[in-house]
Design a protein around this ligand. Sequence first.
Ligand SMILES: [Zn+2]
Length: 241
Amino acid sequence: MTPGDLDELRALVAEGCRVLSARDLAPGILGHISFRVDDSRMLIRCRGPRERGLAHTTADDIRLVGFTGEPGAAGELDGGYTVPYELPLHSRILLRRPDVTSVVHAHPRNVVVADLAGLSIMPIVGAYDIPGAVLAHGGVPVFPRSALIHNPDLGDDVADSLGDRPVVLMRGHGLTSTGTSVQEAVLRAISVDVIASLSVSIVSTGGTLKPIGAEDLADLPNLGAGLNVGAAWRHEVARLD
Ligand SMILES: [Zn+2]
């Protein structure tokens, strides 16, 4: 990977952080995105001396670090930058899931509320958000502890809960989403947040949650991951302005 490639990826990870914030998934200064660079290093959103929150993330905040938090190249943690406390959440999932390239961790309010209210993420909508319906149909597991994931054992516990699914909820904490790209991992997090938000609204107005019918689910078209992710991402970036 050339320095130019790395710089492009830093810009993309930073953009992902701004999208999370714009969608209210990462209010304030909490939340991070990582991107696997090789077998032992990742780009990850770090915190610098002038931290202003995810909404203001720039490529400069995205640093190359080893899976145990050491600088991934000379100077990468210079300038007063520190890795997230929850780095093991990223490194253990990247180690355990070779199919995953990017990990998103955020604290979406709707997701926390829905889970604490006893609501699970179900395919309650279909054509409203097709990738979200398919994701929910496959199941969104819950990591049942509210701990800060600050060591490898806790990282492994979250990876155990995640299993082979794309997204895991974290009780009293938020969610962790994965993908083969930053775009896919962020869009999956947004889909789960949308379903959680709808679920809370439905129950609050006296309704009950039920999955859409099997026939409707089976009839949803496969939009093709590339096409859908590309257009959806352009929209997310456009609405940042
Ligand atoms: Zn967290």
